[in-house]
Design a protein around this ligand. Structure first.
Ligand code: FE2
Ligand code: FE2
Length: 135
C-alpha cells in the first residue's frame, strides 16, 4: 500500500508544480516500499538522497515561478523551503553516520513534511500564479 495517494487536495492548479509534487509523492512511496520490504540501509539511504535532491530542484522551480509572478510571499516561502530542506538534510546526515535507520517514524514525518507544505503553503500561491498567466 502507498504511503501517500495523489488526490485533488494536493493539486495547486499549476501543471509543472503538480507534476513535480507527483514525483515527490512517488519517491516517498518508493522509500516507504523499500522500508516495509526491509531493504538494506544503502538502498533506503540512496532513496532518501534522491528525494532530497529532487525536493531541492522542485523548490527552486517554485521559487523561480513565484519570482516571475512577483509573488509577495516569496521571501517567506523561500525560508520555508530552506527549513524543509534542512530538516531532511539532518535526517540524511544522521542516517549516513549510522545514528538512525529509515523508520516508520521518519516516513510519517516525511509524509506530513510534504503534504502539509503543499496543502498549506503551496496552495497559497496557486491562484496568484494563475492570475499572472502561469497554469
Ligand atoms: Fe511544492
Ligand atoms: Fe513550496
Amino acid at each position: 500500500m502507498a504511503l501517500v495517494t495523489w488526490n485533488d487536495s494536493l493539486s495547486v492548479g499549476v501543471r509543472s508544480i503538480d507534476k513535480q509534487h507527483g514525483v515527490l509523492v512517488e519517491l516517498l512511496n518508493e522509500l516507504y516500499d523499500a522500508m516495509t520490504k526491509g531493504q538494506a540501509m544503502c538502498v533506503t539511504g540512496r532513496l532518501l538522497e534522491r528525494l532530497l535532491r529532487y525536493a531541492r530542484i522542485h523548490f527552486s522551480h517554485e521559487e523561480s515561478l513565484m519570482q516571475a509572478a512577483q509573488y509577495p510571499g516569496l521571501a517567506l516561502h523561500q525560508l520555508q523551503h530552506h527549513i524543509l530542506a534542512r530538516q531532511v538534510e539532518d535526517y540524511y546526515e544522521r542516517l549516513e553516520r549510522g545514528e538512525i535507520a529509515v523508520s516508520v517514524h521518519l516516513l510519517h514525518f516525511l509524509r506530513d513534511w510534504l503534504t502539509q507544505h503543499i496543502q498549506k503553503d503551496d496552495h497559497a500561491f496557486g491562484p496568484w500564479l494563475n492570475d499572472h498567466g502561469i497554469r
